[in-house]
Ligand binder design. Structure first.
Ligand code: CP
Ligand code: NVA
Length: 311
C-alpha cells in the first residue's frame, strides 16, 4: 500500500484498509524494536514538531519514532515561532515546508492544521487539535487488536465529554473499523449531528452501529469502556460545570461491573484526572490497559511517519 506524501489530519481521509495497513506496520515496527532493531526509513529527513499545547506522549513519541528511523526532529513550542501571531499560518507553512520534510502540529484550531497541510507541500500530521486527535486512535486500535485479537464486532463505550477531540476521533476510527460505538454522555455534551451522521454512514458500510445515550445501562456487554478528561486543554474554566454534568458518568467499579462481562477493558488516552472521569481503583485494576495505549502511541506514530514519508 502506498501512502507516500499523504497528510494525516483525521481518519476521515483514510479507508479501513489503509488504517489496517498502518496498524500492521505499527505492529511490525513494534516487534522489531522489541528485538533491538530500528530502521533507517527516515534517514536524512528533518521533522518539525509544532506544539501550541503541552504534551508528554505525543511529543516524546514523535521524537523517539523519528530518531529510531534516522530522522532529526525539531521541537517548536508556542513561544519559539510566530505562527498565527506575527506570521500567518500560510507563510509559516510555506517556510517550514521549504526547510523540513514533514510537520507535526498540536494546537487549538483545527483549521490551523488544515491550513498547514494546504500550504506546506510536505506531509502534515495532526498531533491533536480542539476537534480531533487521530494518532491517538491508531494507538487505541492497536491496543484493542493486541488485546482481543480482532476489532470488527467489538463493543466500545465512550463515557464522559462526548463532544471533545477524543470522542469525535474515536467515533470516526471505530466506525471505520466495524467496532460498535456508543457515546454515553449528557445530551448537552453529545457530538455534532453532522459528524454523527457521517460516522453512521461509515458504521453501516463496515457492519457496526453508532449509539448516543444518557443511560448508563448502555454499557451492558461492552468490551471496552473508554474515558477522557472532563475538561480538555483550554477548557479549564469549565471545571465546576463539567464535574456537575459528568459525575454520573464516572468510570468506577459499578460501571465496569454493569457490563456483565469480566473481560471488559478500561482505556484512557491520558493524562487522567483520577477521582473525576475514572476512579483510582479502575485505573489501577487488571482491566486497565492505559500504559499499553501510551506505549503504542510511539509505534503507531512511527508507522504514520514511515508510511507517509519513509523510503
Ligand atoms: N494522549 C496524549 O495525547 O497525551 P499527551 O497530551 O501527553 O501528548
Ligand atoms: N481531550 C484531551 C485529550 C488529551 C490527550 C485534551 O484535548 O486535552
Amino acid at each position: 500500500m502506498n501512502l507516500k506524501g499523504r497528510n494525516f489530519i483525521t481518519l476521515k481521509d483514510y479507508s479501513p484498509e489503509e488504517i489496517g495497513y498502518l496498524l500492521d506496520l505499527a505492529a511490525d515496527l513494534k516487534a522489531k524494536k522489541k528485538q533491538g532493531i530500528t530502521g533507517s526509513s527516515l534517514k536524512g529527513k528533518n521533522i518539525a514538531l509544532i506544539f501550541e499545547k503541552p504534551s508528554t506522549r505525543t511529543r516524546c513519541s514523535f521524537v523517539v519514532a523519528a530518531v529510531d528511523e534516522g530522522a532529526h526532529p525539531e521541537y517548536l513550542g508556542k513561544d519559539d515561532i510566530q505562527l498565527g501571531h506575527k506570521e500567518s499560518v500560510e507563510d509559516t507553512a510555506r517556510v517550514l515546508g521549504r526547510v523540513f520534510d514533514g510537520i507535526e502540529f498540536r494546537g487549538f484550531k483545527h483549521k490551523t492544521v488544515e491550513d498547514l497541510a494546504k500550504y506546506a507541500g510536505v506531509p502534515v500530521w495532526n498531533g491533536l487539535t480542539d476537534d480531533y486527535h487521530p494518532t491517538q486512535i491508531l494507538a487505541d486500535l492497536l491496543t484493542m487488536k493486541e488485546h482481543f485479537g480482532y476489532l470488527k464486532g467489538l463493543r466500545f463505550v465512550y463515557a464522559g465529554d462526548g463532544r471533545n477531540n477524543m470522542a469525535n476521533s474515536l467515533m470516526i476510527g471505530m466506525s471505520k473499523m466495524g467496532v460498535h460505538f456508543t457515546i454515553l454522555a449528557p445530551k448537552s455534551l453529545w457530538p455534532k449531528g453532522e459528524l454523527v451522521e457521517l460516522c453512521k454512514g461509515y458504521a453501516a458500510e463496515n457492519g457496526s452501529t453508532i449509539t448516543l445515550t444518557e443511560d448508563t445501562d448502555a454499557v451492558k456487554d461492552a468490551d471496552t469502556i473508554y474515558t477522557d478528561v472532563w475538561c480538555s486543554m483550554g477548557e479549564e474554566d469549565k471545571a465546576a460545570q463539567r464535574i456537575e454534568l459528568l459525575k454520573p458518568y464516572q468510570v468506577n467499579k459499578d460501571l465496569m461491573e454493569k457490563t456483565g462481562k469480566d473481560t471488559t477493558i478500561f482505556m484512557h488516552c491520558l493524562p487522567a484526572v483520577k477521582g473525576n472521569e475514572v476512579t483510582e481503583e479502575v485505573f489501577e485494576s487488571g482491566a486497565s490497559v492505559v500504559f499499553d495505549e501510551a506505549e503504542n502511541r510511539m509505534h503507531t506514530i512511527k508507522a504514520v511517519m514511515v508510511a507517509t514519508l519513509g523510503e
